[in-house]
Design a protein around this ligand. Structure first.
Ligand SMILES: Cc1ncc(COP(=O)(O)O)c(C=O)c1O
Length: 386
């Protein structure tokens, strides 16, 4: 933020002087730029990542009596939007390496749903921590069951996935593969605003138009409401800042990748992986891309998440040493109190439950120095040497 301060202040001043504070040409320009960056035809700016998910599901007609298949291991908004529409979340457990929804478990859930009433009307995979879910397998299931896919790409702007089409591999960006992609510009995201913000990407002009109308209370033309929408608008003050930051995004992605490589090197010197104390995140698409010299945002490391023995003890040790480590997420979605009495007590998703007990995110922001990372790893080694 500091090096961009003058540029940002000038852009914000320009918005203030323009007196156009809601939507307008600056928002439209940003929507086009983000859509192009993601490789999509349309972008619709909204007030948050949460509103992006809500408006996308509304645009697809999800409502009471429907079910939506998703992961039990994500930020609450992924499930919250399903519940707010009167629909029911159905979960499929995660892959223990990527923490993303496991297509094999999805196939089981979809087959069961087909036998018991076909209530599932959409699928929401989450590209958790900055790495795409296995979209090839997910899209194949979506095709088989004729379901739209809403990508929760809140943590993964710019991350690429090797999508196979007629034997050819096309590296596609998060949010460009399903019916819609949902992004968050919460300040801690790789592309973060100076407040809340979000965006929906899609390639279907009819869906884009429906979501645009839903964004303004369902009014089209103004004051004529064929559908019920909401106030999901983004302000140009956010979009001018985000547009400046978008030009730096590739550089920040690179810095986060460098930091991930630094952690790998520093941990390799400790023996902590061999002893089973910690395991590091894997960029699972990297080998395939490196082999053909393709793009390199295989993982954008919104979070660098390790698995750790005695995770809570380690977290306290790091906090005592003023290391900003965090747990994302301590309670899987199916165990949240708001679902009490709805039958989720009987279901279990062992990989999500284990991840909630074992994972810990280490600092990885672009400005992190190697010396700071050395300190983090030293403190982790210190904890396990006691
Ligand atoms: C996976 C995921 N989904 C949805 C959201 C919601 O985004 P926001 O906080 O912008 O509403 C977030 C971010 O916080 C997220 O990480």
């Amino acid at each position: 933020m500091a090096p961009l301060r003058d540029e940002i202040l000038a852009a914000v001043t320009d918005v203030i002087d323009s007196t156009q504070y809601i939507l307008g040409p600056k928002v439209e320009r940003f929507e086009k730029n983000i859509a192009a960056y993601c490789g999509c035809g349309y972008g619709i700016g909204v007030a948050s990542g949460t509103d992006a998910l809500l408006a996308a599901l509304m645009g697809l007609g999800i409502g009471p009596g429907d079910a939506v298949l998703t992961t039990p291991y994500s930020f609450f908004a992924t499930m919250g939007c399903i519940l707010r529409l009167g629909a029911k979340p159905v979960f499929a457990d995660i892959d223990p390496v990527t923490y993303n929804i496991d297509p094999a478990r999805m196939a089981e859930a979809l087959a069961q749903d087909a036998r018991t009433g076909k209530r599932i009307k959409a699928i929401i995979p989450v590209h958790l921590y900055g790495q795409c879910a296995d979209m090839g397998a997910i899209l194949a299931l979506a095709k088989e069951y004729n379901l739209p896919v809403v990508e929760d790409a809140a943590q993964a702007i710019g991350a690429v996935y090797p999508l196979k089409n007629d034997g050819r591999t096309v590296w596609q960006r998060a949010g460009s593969m399903g019916a819609a992609g949902c992004f968050s510009f919460f300040p801690s995201k790789n592309l973060g605003g100076i407040g809340d913000g979000g965006l929906i990407t899609c390639n279907d002009p009819a869906l884009a138009e429906r979501i645009r109308i839903i964004r303004v209370h369902g009014g089209a033309p103004k004051y004529h409401h064929g559908v019920v929408g909401g106030n999901f608008r983004i302000d140009p003050i956010q979009t001018v800042v985000l547009e400046i930051k978008l030009s730096r995004l590739p550089e920040w992605h690179r810095a986060r990748r460098r930091n991930a490589a630094n952690y790998r090197r520093l941990f390799a010197q400790t023996g902590l992986q061999e002893s089973g104390a910690v395991s590091l995140p894997e960029a699972v698409y990297e080998a395939e891309g490196a082999a053909v010299g393709e793009e390199c945002d295989y993982h954008i490391y919104n979070q660098f998440v390790i698995r750790a023995k005695d995770r809570d003890g380690l977290l306290h040790h790091l906090q005592r040493n003023e290391v900003g480590a965090e747990i994302y997420y301590p309670i899987p979605l199916h165990r949240q109190e708001c679902l009490a009495g709805l039958g989720y007590e009987e279901v279990s998703f062992p990989e999500a439950e284990l991840a909630a007990l074992e994972t810990l995110a280490l600092p990885i922001f672009p400005e992190l120095t190697e010396a700071m990372q050395g300190f983090v790893v030293e403190k982790i080694a210190e904890f396990y040497s006691r």
